[in-house]
Ligand binder design. Sequence first.
Ligand code: HEM
Length: 510
Amino acid sequence: MSFWAAALFAFLALLLTSVLGGLYTIGVFRKRAPNEPPLDKGFIPWLGYGMNFKKNSTEFLKRMWKRHGDIFTVLVGGNYLHFVMDPCTYRQIMRESKEKIDFNTFGSIIVLNAFGFPTTDIHHKIVQIASNKYLSGKNLTALNQVMIEKLKTVFIQRQGSGEEKKSWQQDGLFRFSYKTIFQASFLSLFGMDPEKRVEGKENPKNYLTQCEELYEAFQKFDRLFPQMALGMLDSIGKEKSNKLKNYFWDILSIKNISQKYEVSRWVTELVQQMADVGMTEKMQTQFLLLLLWASQANTGPAAFWILAYLLKHPEALKAVKEEVEKALRETGQEVKPGGLSINVSLHTMKTPLLDSAVEETLRLTAGSIVFRSVMQDTDLKMADGKEYTLRKGDRLLLFPFVALHTNPEIYSDPHTFKYDRFLNPDGTKKEFYKNGKKLKYYTLPFGGGTTMCPGRFFAVNEMKMFVIMMLTCFEMELVNAEEELPPVNESRYGLGIAQPEPCWIRPWPI
Ligand code: HEM
C-alpha cells in the first residue's frame, strides 16, 4: 500500500472511530440489558427527555411511571437516570453501601458549581458530627431559646412604635414569613456584629437593618441558584452570582465571624473542625456560605406555606390556635395582648395538631430529590420481589413528592391540606401503608439515609416557633380571602421546599 493510501485509510479509520465514539457517547447504542430496568431514551440523541424533565418534572415522571411501572431508566442530557417510584423500596436503597451507591459524586458537582469548592467525605462528616451535637437534644433546646428571642426582636420591630403601632401592615405573605425567619435564624446561627452595638448595648434596629440587606442579597443569590448548581448560568448570570458570592464571602469571612458575638455553637464548632482538618480560610468561608444557604433557603418558604395553609383553612387555624393557647396555659402562661412576654419552650409544650400541620405542610411542598451515583453494577431487589441490575456510572433518583407524598395509594385526597392528617381520632400518631405494607418512611422532606438534612429538627422547630408567635402576637387575615393559594413554582423541584407566586397578608398587632 502506498503512503497516501495508508494515510487515507488511517484517516478514514479515525473518522469512523470518532463518529462511532460520538454516537456511543450520545447513547445511540445503549440497549437495555437483561435484568436492567425498562429503558426509555426518548427521540433526541443525548438530550433524551431533557426538555420534558425541565418543563414539568412531576407530570413527566407520572407519565413514565404509568408507562414503565415502579422502576425505569430515562436518558436526560447524556445521563441515564434510574427512578424508583415504589416507596417500599426506599429503605433498601438508603441502606446500600457507598461502594455501590454513593451520594457524594453528584452532590460535590452541585457544591462545586454553586459554592466554588470541592467537597469530600470529610466535609460531610464534619457537618454530621457538629449537627448531631448542636442541632439536637439539649443543645437544640438552647438554640431554640435563642431563636425565640430573636423572633421576638423581629416582631417588636414589626409591631412598630408610636403612630405606626397597632395598624394593619400589608406585606406579601411570602416575603413577610421568609424575611422574619431569615433575620431571626441568621442572628441565632451566625451571631451579631459588634459594630452594630451602640455604646456597647444591643441595638436591634441596626442588626435587623443589616439582616434586611442580607436577606435581599440572599433572595437574588437564591433565584440564581438552580441554574448555578447545574453550571448553566450565562455570562450575565455568572457576573451577578460572582458579585453576590463576594458580598457573602466578605460577611462570612473567618475574620468577621471570629469578631462576632453570640455565634451559635454549631457554627463555631464547624469553623474549628474545618481549621483542624487543614481547610484554608477561603475554603472555610465558602463552606460557611453553603451552610448559610442550606440553613435558610428552605425554612423561610416552609414558614410561608404553613401560615398560608392555616389562613386558608380557618378550622385548622382555630384548632391549632386553641391547642397552642391550651399548651401555654398548661405551662402556667396566659396569652395576653402583645403576646411577646410568653415563654415558648417546645420541649415541654404538647402540640400534636401543630406537629401534624407542620408535617402536612412539608408533605405538600417539599420537592426534594434524593440523588445517588451507581459506583458499580448493583443488584436492586424491589419490595415486590422483582430484581434489577443498575449499571455502573448511571444515577439513581428518588422523588418522594410524586412517588410518596402525593401518592393516592397512600394518602387520600393527596393534594388537599388536612391539618390533622397525621393523627388518629384518639390523638395518637397515624401509620401509613402501601399495598398493605407499613411504610417506614411516609414523608421524606429532608432527604434520606446518610445524607439526610442535619438541620431537620431545628427546621421543624423554627416552623413551630414561627406559627406559635404569629398566633399569639397577631390577628391575621388574607387581604383577599377568596384568593386561591398561589401555584407552586416548579423550577425549584429538586432543591427542597417549593416557592410560590406572590399573595398578600395583613397582620394586626394584638
Ligand atoms: C424546611 C427546611 C429544610 C428542608 C426541607 C431541608 C432539606 C434538606 C435536604 C433535602 C438536604 C439534602 C439531603 C440529601 O442530599 O439527601 C439538606 C441538606 C442539608 N441541610 Fe437542610 N433542610 C431544611 C433546613 C435546614 C436547616 C434549618 C439547616 C441548618 C440549621 C439545614 C442544614 C443542612 C445542611 C448543612 C445540609 C448538607 C448536609 C451535607 O451535605 O452533609 N437544613 N437539607
